[in-house]
Structure formats: C-alpha cells, structure tokens
Design a protein around this ligand. Structure first.
Ligand SMILES: *[C@@H]1O[C@H](CO)[C@@H](O)[C@H](O)[C@H]1NC(C)=O
Ligand SMILES: *[C@@H]1O[C@H](CO)[C@@H](O)[C@H](O)[C@H]1NC(C)=O
Ligand SMILES: *[C@@H]1O[C@H](CO)[C@@H](O)[C@H](O)[C@H]1NC(C)=O
Ligand SMILES: *[C@@H]1O[C@H](CO)[C@@H](O)[C@H](O)[C@H]1NC(C)=O
Length: 139
C-alpha cells in the first residue's frame, strides 16, 4: 500500500513537472479564499508572526496576537497563508521566557500598545517546510 509520505512526494514531483512545463500551459494557482479563524494552521501562522515579532523587537515585553482581520489561504505550489492581524503588548517580560499563552495583555495605560501586522507564510507539506515570506508590522 502506498504510504501518505510516498503519495506526498509523488505529488511534489508532479508539481515540479507541471512547474517545469509551465512556459506553455502554466498551472493556474487558486485565488485566495477566506478560512476559519479556528483553522489549526492559521493558529500556527499567527503564533509564528508574534514569535518573529518578539524575536526582532527590542521591547522589554512579549507581544501576542490580539485580533485577526483577514485570514486567507491560496494554493501556490503548496499553500500560502495571507493574514492581517493585530499583536498587543502583554505583561510578560521577555527576559522571563514565559509561555505566551499564560501572558495577559497590558491593562489600559502607558504600556498598552498594538501593532497592525501583515504576514504571508508559505507551507510546503511535501517538503515539510514553512517559510515566512512577509512580516510587516506598524504601530
Ligand atoms: C531571532 O533573531 C536573530 C537575529 O536577530 C536570528 O539570528 C534568529 O534566527 C532569530 N530566531 C528566530 C527563531 O527567528
Ligand atoms: C472574506 O473576509 C473578509 C473580511 O475578513 C470579508 O470582508 C469578505 O467579504 C470575505 N469574502 C468572502 C468571499 O466571504
Ligand atoms: C504553553 O501553554 C499551553 C497551554 O497552557 C500549552 O498547550 C503549550 O504546550 C505550552 N507551550 C509551551 C512551549 O510550553
Ligand atoms: C518536519 O520537521 C519538523 C521540524 O523541522 C520535525 O520535528 C518533524 O519530525 C518533521 N516531520 C517529517 C514528517 O519529516
């Protein structure tokens, strides 16, 4: 019986062949479609955005996702997740290395802050690979 892994590799090869023969009959990628806020991969994508933001910022506190404004998925040689989200400052200090899910948001006041982020994450299942193509956050 053919295993899932073999099947996924075959699909990967097929995809490459189609891409290689693309000059004439280019594979039409799907258009972006809305997905559920509960999609498990979306949840990972959103967490990944917050973790990358935390890793890149000089802030003393950790930020975590506070809202999702757009959640879309598009098939392009794998699956592209296109997400607009908000991330907000928590009460957890970065130095304490806390589990984000235990961190509350800052209460109203001087330290309360939210960034608007756009991220695009490409998931290539047959290569077991996830790549952040875009992460753009503005206050
Ligand atoms: C965190 O950022 C540093 C450089 O700023 C980079 O070398 C490292 O790979 C990043 N880690 C993650 C998990 O993104
Ligand atoms: C997709 O979601 C956005 C906002 O999240 C909404 O404005 C839009 O109407 C939705 N599109 C479809 C086709 O449901
Ligand atoms: C963080 O906490 C949540 C729930 O409390 C748990 O599911 C998750 O595995 C924890 N993550 C880490 C990295 O400890
Ligand atoms: C995919 O990669 C992750 C970490 O990069 C690894 O833990 C996991 O075992 C891999 N899965 C497969 C099916 O190769």
């Amino acid at each position: 019986m053919m295993g899932l892994k073999t099947l996924l590799s075959l699909l990967g090869v097929l995809e490459l062949m189609l891409a290689a023969g693309g000059r004439h009959g280019r594979l039409m990628p799907g258009s972006p479609t809305n997905i559920s806020r509960k999609d498990p991969v979306l949840r990972q994508v959103v967490l990944r955005a917050a973790c990358s933001f935390n890793n890149q910022s000089n802030d003393a506190f950790l930020f975590k996702p506070s809202a999702i404004h757009r959640a879309q998925r598009q098939v392009v040689k794998g699956v592209l997740y296109i997400v607009d989200l908000e991330i907000s400052r928590t009460v957890c200090s970065k130095r304490d290395n806390n589990n984000l899910s235990n961190c509350d948001f800052q209460p109203e006041g001087r330290l309360q802050q939210t960034f608007q982020c756009h991220t695009e994450v490409w998931v290539i299942p047959w290569r077991n690979e996830t790549r952040t193509l875009v992460l753009d956050c503005k206050p």
